[in-house]
Design a protein around this ligand. Sequence first.
Ligand SMILES: NC(=O)c1ccc[n+]([C@@H]2O[C@H](COP(=O)([O-])OP(=O)(O)OC[C@H]3O[C@@H](n4cnc5c(N)ncnc54)[C@H](OP(=O)(O)O)[C@@H]3O)[C@@H](O)[C@H]2O)c1
Length: 289
Amino acid sequence: MRHILLIGADGQLGNEIMQQTPALPNFNFTTTTIDTLDITNQKAISDLVDSKKFEYIINCAAYTAVDKAESDKDLAYEVNANALNHIGEIARLKGIKVIHVSTDYVFDGKSYVPYTEDMPTKPTSVYGQTKREGEIALLNKNPQSIILRTSWLYSSYGANFVKTMIKLGTEREQLGVIFDQIGTPTYAADLAGAIIHMIKTDIDNTIPFAPGIYHYSNEGVASWYDFTLAIHKIAGITCNVNPIETKDYPTPAPRPLYSLLNKSKIKKNYKIQIPHWLTSLEKCIHILK
Ligand SMILES: NC(=O)c1ccc[n+]([C@@H]2O[C@H](COP(=O)([O-])OP(=O)(O)OC[C@H]3O[C@@H](n4cnc5c(N)ncnc54)[C@H](OP(=O)(O)O)[C@@H]3O)[C@@H](O)[C@H]2O)c1
């Protein structure tokens, strides 16, 4: 049996990957959560990686509390940046390929064209900064790494914007949602499928592992306001949703106003088709129902 280590298996993306492991029948997945592997514990990572001959590490663990990170910088840095130093180092020593996930928050959101992988990063939040440092650390330590930057992730697992809007929409008659931040929602099941595809095509040698940074979100464009209207329509919720400006909803961490990701690289290199965000949202809400 061949081995893959899936770190952060109980998060949104980790859970979605777990659903798709049958697509890699020759692989045994060793899965960890923060309780079984805290990635800030370097010895624990080394011990686990030493225990089997892993060919791939998929890291879905991250400090994802964007606002909390502003006042919890040290821990956010340890999880999102420093841990990647160690994962990268040990992976390189053992010849393990790493697939890691990053964020649109590495950009400042001042672009007016979709961000390509080589556009300059300029995070404006602690979360974005620590995720960018994690990207650099991993690629420096283990060049055999793929980093997938994604945006506005949701799933039927875990807490996320879709579930929050369903809850608020059923509890309230009125809701104000930001309309001047533009991005693309990403169904974590689709991103999980892309990750599985990258491994599958590497093992069957149709598309050899091509390290580097890739952008992945669903297709299309939305504001949080548009996203909310679609969530409510699909879920059959009647709630009066009003568009509001970012300045009227202050948060500790600033968000990029524009975070569209250009996905040409992954579509071309990995020959994948990406669903439109509305199609995937319907699938997710159908599962939630
Ligand atoms: N969510 C988004 O909108 C979004 C957008 C762009 C990019 N991303 C990136 O996509 C990836 C997956 O995100 P997600 O939404 O699936 O995240 P998630 O649901 O928050 O899952 C992250 C997991 O990491 C775990 N974790 C936190 N600290 C850890 C530690 N020290 N050691 C081990 N595990 C730890 C968390 O455990 P606890 O829950 O117990 O803390 C959680 O299970 C992340 O890299 C994230 O930065 C997310």
